[in-house]
Design a protein around this ligand. Structure first.
Ligand code: C5P
Length: 226
């Protein structure tokens, strides 16, 4: 058994707006474990490619972008997440809906996914890793000790995203957001490569009518025998 495979992993997968980012951050911080926001890596590939003027359908060029991604995650003075790309802070840019769309356009390309695999597995370090995404339990960490598939109704997810964006001063209509979420869900679950679906051994958790704290506690409870 390699040293890396002895590092415990909690995989949290699910559709956009299911709350997996928030839950993964909470669980990682309470356990004192590392965090992998894999969606941010797909977003960064799209952002870096756009900055280089590359079309988002050139699989080989995009894979090269992914292999050479100079990315760093850390926190700002108030403990908020900060994302760096090639030496500049791109935290807000990465979170835009446009970047999310770009991410789901490059995500079906197998060379891009293969290029990001090594990068993602490199986050697996002691004392443990909480990884959030679409295929953490099915492809990236199939041996994760705990796999959670977090869902919420499409309406609830659109409302949460709307509130989140409004809080950042970004004004988008709820209807437009619902359409975007449904389109993205469709692209993510219907694609041939690593589609969004629960791992066979995942525990399904519906967060529609639960508080963030309640969902966090459930995951921590499930993780207690890792
Ligand atoms: O989770 P987030 O909204 O940041 O992800 C953006 C997009 O990246 C998703 O819609 C999906 O297409 C892609 N993605 C993926 N596999 C992952 C994480 C994200 O395909 N593990």
């Amino acid at each position: 058994m390699s040293a890396q495979s002895q590092v415990p992993v909690i995989a949290i997968d699910g559709p956009s707006g299911s709350g997996k980012g928030t839950i993964a951050r909470n669980v990682a911080s309470r356990l004192g474990w590392h965090l992998l926001d894999s969606g941010a890596l797909y977003r960064l590939v799209a952002l870096a490619a756009t900055r280089d003027g590359l079309p988002l359908d050139d699989a080989e060029k995009l894979a090269e972008v992914a292999r050479n991604l100079e990315v760093q995650f850390d926190s700002d003075n108030s403990g908020g997440e900060q994302i760096w790309l090639s030496g500049s802070i791109v935290t807000d840019e990465v979170r835009t809906e446009e970047c999310g769309k770009g991410a789901s356009t490059v995500a079906p390309l197998q060379p891009v996914r293969t290029a990001l695999l090594t990068l993602q597995r490199g986050f697996r370090r002691m004392p443990g890793l909480v990884a959030d995404g679409r295929d953490m339990g099915t492809h990236v960490f199939p041996d994760a000790g705990l796999k959670v598939y977090l869902t919420a109704s499409a309406g609830e997810r659109a409302k949460r995203r709307h509130k989140q964006l409004k809080g950042k001063g970004i004004d988008v209509s709820l209807a437009a957001l619902s359409r975007d979420i449904e389109d993205r869900d469709r692209r993510d679950s219907e694609r041939l490569v690593a589609p969004l679906r629960p791992a066979e051994d995942a525990r399904i958790l519906d967060s529609s009518s639960q508080s963030i704290e309640a969902v966090t506690r459930t995951v921590l409870d499930w993780a207690s025998d890792l």
